[in-house]
Design a protein around this ligand. Structure first.
Ligand SMILES: [Zn+2]
Length: 465
């Protein structure tokens, strides 16, 4: 036996809100704006070269030499400015590579007001929840405070990136995390994962199943859509015509929309991360060494009707796959993607084609197998890679889990638009009946999500063929 090698490292990034005073916020935005100036300077100088028939400067080293002649950019330190050069250089070569492979790709050419600034190890300092960001020489130190504790040990942190998203300041903390060594994992143990909207993940191993309810996610999506529609409706008459300069009021409206959108996206991502964590915990507990995911690529290409199309686009399946992949890699579980076509319309017991069920319950009219539709899909996906239930039919042991937080009754989106109808916003605790005649609260309706839908199979009686 050789000595155990050093654990392999993977890079993981967490976005953390920063708490800042007004003065600190102004300085942070100043850094981002200066980075935007560096970005614009890069674009302009390369455009000038292009017009004079010269080759653009795109290599990082060459750009660094150019930077020294360009002078200072506000409070931005040299390392901060160089990170913008790195970003530009990476984007340029990425585009060039893709073009080399005859793909469509655009070189960076859009100017942006705020550009993220990345600081590498050694240039910043972390003290508990406080982080000191480097600024240009001669400027007072800039400290910011993290809104939540660092999810990684400070010595693992490799870089921090200051960015503004949805009108807020964030610090993206990147750490090199060692892969956990679960020696008991068996690569031969294969679990199938079916991705879905109703259930973000359905997992089937040899002897057990896991269903994660996406009820909170769907409620959040509906509420968000109703909210954004109501905002659009109320603001539509203030919309500037084409070519007209937008009013301040209109700009504020647009900023609010973007902020709500960013908040919604964060909630969905958070819930999907929670769901993926539960899948990995389940897999580790069952000693699963390989996860097989049904690849949903191309699902949006065919038209499935207005509502379903919208749902499919809201689903964020790429993130769903990526979140699971990242967590699996960290846990030392191998991941494979397989084509998911036909997996929800094939009977796992007799392999006959069955018409796709409309509800959650799968019924085979050839052999009589009954079960949860998503578990059937997961079992078929597992079977594609030589896994799946060892018994005929589906596993009888099915765990149910939830991901995300249901929008609260006090969620302000439920009441926001009552006030705009010159009606007193109803008290959240005593939600009046949703009767238009009573003039009560007209909150955006969240469709009735009957609890039965989440538990189409009862945990104990489930899937008995
Ligand atoms: Zn069958």
């Amino acid at each position: 036996m050789t000595a155990p090698a050093a654990p392999r490292l993977v890079h993981r990034t967490a976005h953390i809100r920063v708490r800042v005073t007004r003065w600190q916020a102004r300085r942070c935005y100043g850094l981002l704006r200066s980075a935007g100036d560096v970005w614009a300077w890069l674009l302009d100088s390369n455009r000038l070269r292009h017009q004079q028939g010269e080759r653009p400067v795109t290599g990082y080293q060459a750009l660094c030499r150019q930077l020294t002649s360009a002078g200072r950019f506000g409070e931005l330190s040299v390392t901060g400015a160089r990170s913008v050069l790195q970003r530009y250089s990476d984007a340029w070569f990425h585009a060039a590579n893709r073009r080399g492979q005859a793909e469509k790709a655009g070189f960076p050419r859009r100017k942006r007001g705020l550009v993220p600034v990345r600081f590498y190890n050694g240039t910043f300092m972390i003290q508990g929840r406080r982080v000191r960001l480097p600024v240009a020489r001669g400027q007072p130190a800039l400290w910011v405070r993290l809104a939540r504790p660092l999810p990684y040990p400070p010595e693992q942190v490799r870089a921090v990136t200051l960015l503004a998203e949805g009108g807020r300041l964030w610090l993206a903390v990147t750490a090199a995390v060692p892969i956990q060594q679960h020696h008991e994992l068996d690569p031969g143990r294969v679990a199938g994962v079916d991705l879905g909207i109703i259930h973000p993940y359905a997992v089937v191993t040899q002897d057990a199943g896991l269903l994660i309810s996406g009820r909170a996610l769907r409620a959040e999506s509906w509420l968000h859509r109703a909210d954004q529609q109501a905002r659009q409706t109320t603001a539509a008459r203030r919309a500037p015509t084409r070519g007209q300069r937008g009013s301040r009021r209109w700009r504020r409206h647009r900023a609010r929309l973007r902020r709500a959108e960013a908040q919604h996206r964060r909630r969905v991502h958070q819930a999907q991360h929670e769901a993926a964590t539960q899948v990995i915990a389940f897999a580790v507990q069952r000693r699963v060494g390989t996860l097989v995911i049904g690849d949903p690529t191309g699902i949006t290409e065919k038209d499935a009707g207005r509502v379903q199309n919208w749902r499919l686009r809201q689903w964020r399946r790429t993130h769903l796959v990526q979140a699971l992949r990242d967590k699996a890699e960290l846990a030392g579980i191998a991941v494979r993607l397989v084509d998911e076509r036909g997996t929800s319309s094939t009977c796992p017991a007799c392999q006959q084609r069955v018409s796709k069920p409309t509800g959650r319950r799968f019924h085979c009219r050839h052999c009589g197998l009954e079960g949860h539709r998503d578990l059937v899909g997961a079992a078929n996906i597992a079977a594609k890679a030589g896994g799946g239930p060892t018994s005929v039919g589906l596993p009888t042991l099915v765990e149910h889990r939830r991901a995300g937080i249901l929008p609260a009754r006090r969620d302000r989106r439920r009441h926001l638009h009552d006030a705009q109808r010159r009606r007193r916003s109803c008290l959240a605790s005593g939600h009046p009946p949703d009767d238009p005649a009573s003039g009560g609260c007209r909150s955006p309706r969240v469709p009735d999500l009957t609890p039965g839908e989440d538990h189409a199979t009862l945990p104990n009686r489930a899937n008995v063929a």
